[in-house]
Design a protein. Structure first.
Length: 115
């Protein structure tokens, strides 16, 4: 694997940890919620594009369409997989940050929200 990519990945994972461990405020949580909503829509769009491609590709008979269509399908599938991974990562971070924020601001200290 590329050493630059490995370093960027390590830095990025460290940054995600710092985001969750910082003193998040209500507007930060709102911003994360908006991000989750945006990426949920992008994820759904990528999945729908791949499903549409599958439906169209099944009915193809032209050899050129089959050849280049399969390459397009591989690209659409990879985009859908990446969109799902990113959405679930954002969702996990949002839920964890929300849990920590609710525990911090809760007036009922006996109630612990799952982070």
């Amino acid at each position: 694997m590329n050493p630059i990519y490995e370093q960027q990945t390590c830095d990025w994972i460290h940054a995600r940890g710092l985001l969750i461990d910082t003193n998040l405020q209500a507007m930060d949580i709102k911003h994360l919620a908006e991000f989750e909503n945006i990426y949920r829509r992008r994820c759904r769009l990528a999945i729908d594009m791949y499903k549409d491609w599958v439906r169209e590709y099944k009915s193809e008979t032209d050899i050129v369409e089959l050849l280049y269509g399969s390459i397009e399908g591989m690209m659409l599938r990879q985009q859908a997989e990446n969109a799902v991974k990113l959405y679930w990562m954002i969702r996990k971070d949002f839920r964890e940050a929300l849990g920590k924020y609710l525990n911090k601001v809760s007036t009922y200290r006996s109630v612990q929200y799952a982070a």
